[in-house]
Design a binder for this molecule. Structure first.
Ligand code: G6P
Length: 490
């Protein structure tokens, strides 16, 4: 069973994130409330965990309130088909969304952490609103845990300030925070005019978790130099104003069984057949990519590599087809909209250049797909290509390996995705080198079946699941919480 209960037998479990795991939207056509599952690593990783543990998830209500299902405190039980935990919504106004979410979070922190300071936009009204909305999340948490013991788990870069706001009012609670994206080197993070405030907010946690040791190192260095914390490099702690924050690396994963089962469900083989007929009518191999439409994912670089492949090795025209699922994301932001148009143009040009009467080289699917459909695509694909220029982890890499029931596929994984650190058996690629990537695709397509199978089996054996991640993190959190409790004056 999940280690959380062992670590915190009497505490209420509360997760806090910007994005909610279930979004209720009124459907005009159907005439009823529809429940959607937003895209992205965070919610897909944490939902199975909450389902297993129960408890409460506090998040922005990005859809609409379902009057029938929501109580007076904006709470709803989810998932709808099998209610197992409580979702409490924080509603945001138009200005909140514009300045806190699209502004400070996604036009400042996101590009900064993904090493794109050129894409940041600094506005005082973004920062001011980020503080206010963090305060609202903190207030919602405080209300939910009034008179109770609780362990509060904050998620990601939208909520860097909330931990300090909660700790100031309830020093008895234990707080942890997981940062799902990269944490940049100090030379980049110090570009943030509010670096000190952000760091102080995060240092209020008992545990601060990142995917990789390098991100934890970056954070500790920033805590010391930009916030004046005292750092113990051996113990990996940072102490500020008498409070000690433990810092650790916990590489996140997926619910392996969910993908394995979806990839073997009844009727999957016929569907695989249909996918091949539809997308690769001339036969040959299929490649798959699944990414949010985000500049950190290196989509133009990926298509450049494919262009090299079809250009230099014409034998792959009609014999290798690429399916790219590009999930629309943050499209109100100029950089995202620009990328989307750039990708459309690039795909159109490539398809015009190499396409033939009944064969299209790249199929661009600009929508989000449910897990069962993704798992079938992953199982069908001979190659999966991940070309991130910077990525905290990248769960698609793990989803592909988990869904490879027949074990024939090859994973081409960017060196700059956190996943590459653990997935050492994957073929690592450098997306900045499109010719090199084209060669790796060709190698993958010519690799003898025994070698492909052996490689994929090794990757499947090495894959650890979401529950290992959670247990490691809860174990470290339990230790850190005991340490802070002992240090607190009675
Ligand atoms: C990444 C972030 C998540 C975020 C997701 C989707 O995975 O780490 O915090 O939820 O992208 O982005 P969105 O802006 O739609 O929440």
């Amino acid at each position: 069973g999940p280690l959380f209960r062992e670590m915190f037998p009497d505490r209420r479990f509360v997760v806090v994130s910007n994005r909610e795991p279930y979004e209720h939207k009124w459907s005009q056509e159907v005439g009823e409330m529809e429940v959607r599952r937003p895209a992205g690593g965070l919610t897909s990783a944490l939902d199975p965990l909450l389902q297993a543990l129960g408890g409460m998830w506090v998040a922005w209500g990005s859809g609409e309130a379902d009057a029938a299902a929501v109580d007076s405190h904006h709470r709803v039980q989810v998932p709808p088909e099998n209610p197992s935990y409580t979702l409490r919504r924080v509603w945001l106004t138009h200005h909140d969304i514009h300045r806190y979410y699209l502004g400070f979070s996604n036009q400042f922190l996101w590009p900064l952490c993904h090493l794109r300071p050129d894409l940041t936009r600094v506005r005082s009204r973004y920062w001011e609103r980020y503080r206010r909305v963090n305060r609202r999340f903190a207030d919602a948490v405080l209300e939910e845990v009034q008179g109770k013991d609780a362990a509060i788990w904050f998620q990601d870069y939208h909520l860097a300030l909330a931990p300090l706001l909660v700790r100031a009012r309830r020093p008895d609670l234990t707080l942890a925070h997981f940062w799902h994206i990269p944490f940049p080197p100090i030379d980049i993070f110090r570009l943030a005019p509010q670096a000190g405030y952000l760091l102080r907010g995060m240092l209020a946690n008992d545990l601060m978790g990142f995917h990789l040791p390098i991100f934890a190192d970056n954070f500790l260095r920033c805590a010391k130099r930009l916030a004046g914390a005292e750092v113990d490099w051996e113990a990996r702690t940072a102490t500020l104003d008498g409070h000690t924050c433990q810092v650790g690396a916990f590489p996140i994963s997926i619910d392996i069984d969910q993908f394995r089962q979806a990839a073997q469900a009844d009727g999957v083989e016929e569907q695989m057949q249909r996918i091949r007929q539809r997308y690769a009518p001339k036969g040959g191999a299929i490649g798959i990519g699944v990414d949010r439409m985000d500049y950190s994912k290196g989509l133009p670089e990926k298509f450049k590599a494919l262009e090299f492949l079809w250009d230099r090795y014409p034998e792959y025209r009609e014999r290798f087809t690429f399916i790219q699922v590009a999930v629309p994301s943050r499209s109100d932001i100029e950089a995202y909209d620009d990328l989307s148009q750039k990708v459309d143009n690039q795909v159109r040009e490539i398809n015009e250049r190499f396409g033939t009467g009944d064969w299209r080289p790249i199929h661009l699917i600009k929508q989000s797909l449910p897990v069962d459909r993704l798992a079938i695509l992953y199982r069908t694909a001979d190659v999966c290509m991940i070309s991130s220029l910077q990525d905290g982890m990248n769960l698609v890499a793990k989803e592909y390996v988990a869904s490879q029931i027949d074990g024939n596929g090859v994973l081409l994984l960017s060196l700059f995705a956190g996943a590459a650190e653990e997935m050492t058996e994957a073929t690592h690629i450098n997306p900045y080198d499109p010719e090199g990537c084209a060669l790796r695709i060709r190698d993958a397509l010519t690799l003898p079946a025994e070698l492909r199978k052996a490689g994929m089996r090794r990757q499947q054996e090495a894959l650890t699941g979401i529950y290992d991640w959670m247990d490691d993190l809860f174990h470290a959190w339990g230790g850190a919480a005991a340490g802070s409790a002992a240090a607190r004056p009675p």
